[in-house]
Design a binder for this molecule. Sequence first.
Ligand SMILES: NC(=O)c1ccc[n+]([C@@H]2O[C@H](COP(=O)([O-])OP(=O)(O)OC[C@H]3O[C@@H](n4cnc5c(N)ncnc54)[C@H](O)[C@@H]3O)[C@@H](O)[C@H]2O)c1
Length: 291
Amino acid sequence: MAGSASPNQFIGPFYLLLCRLRAVNSAQGKVALITGAASGIGKATAALLAAEGAVICAVDFDPVGLDAISAEALSALTITADCGDPAQVEAAFARCETELGGPDIAFLNAGIAIGLSDLTQLDDATYQKIQRINVDGVVYGVRAAIDRMKRRGGGSIIATSSLAGLIPFPADPIYDAGKHFVVGLMRSLAPTLTRDNITCNTVNPGITDTNIIGEQTKDFLIDAGFPIIPASQIAEAVLGLITAGVTGQCWVCQAGREPVSYEFRDVPGPRVANTAPVRPPVPLRDGWALG
Ligand SMILES: NC(=O)c1ccc[n+]([C@@H]2O[C@H](COP(=O)([O-])OP(=O)(O)OC[C@H]3O[C@@H](n4cnc5c(N)ncnc54)[C@H](O)[C@@H]3O)[C@@H](O)[C@H]2O)c1
């Protein structure tokens, strides 16, 4: 009948749009720059994203570990760089753009722990060492990614925080504070970058089987019957964030569980005498509750 549309006329375009959205959010054909790619979570993520059809740009300051990545036929562009040095981070992203056209995905993952609970024992060099990689390195990575992703029409930035970015970790308070920084940075960037089609999220792993935890700790945990997460599980969470297309989320990764987006409580809003509760103006508003 003229003028009336069959259901297929609606389903067809809708289905095509769904397929397109899936392709937009898949890793297939995307350029993924991964820091800390020579070992552990970064290495596992490089392997998974390569298997999903991404082109890998592997960045680390460990050239031997990077050589092993090439040897594992990931056909990655490998770049030896210190992620705590702003010039080296910028140069790595510039090379990624010149040689591969990307990045579409930036996985800012390089990090260290110091395992020091007594701050009276913290010397300046150790403090600066952890801050420059765990905190400054993430800022340099985000800064280098944004304009390049805008030129690509969007992208996905994921930083590795930790469970320690959501809860206290008395065994290593400076590590814990740095991982909270990463959570705050990514959540605060997310609303602004949405208009550029750039997502910002974190993965927040529990204790994961990598070199950062050391053999002694590993043996201790195994003897105590505490489950250690395989690095491949965190890689799956990173892929999940890329394909979900969400932003401003922190995905908690625990052994034996699917990753779950951490639910932050809103903070109470201010009250003005004799009036209803007030909200802050729009740019400040996220995370404030009325009441
Ligand atoms: N393994 C865990 O239990 C666990 C839990 C939560 C969060 N994390 C976080 O995961 C991330 C990855 O660590 P991992 O567990 O895979 O450990 P890992 O030691 O196996 O890997 C870390 C990688 O980062 C690289 N790196 C360190 N400093 C660097 C620098 N200045 N410049 C460039 N590369 C540098 C190392 O060479 C190494 O390849 C870290 O940010 C860590 O804090 C780990």
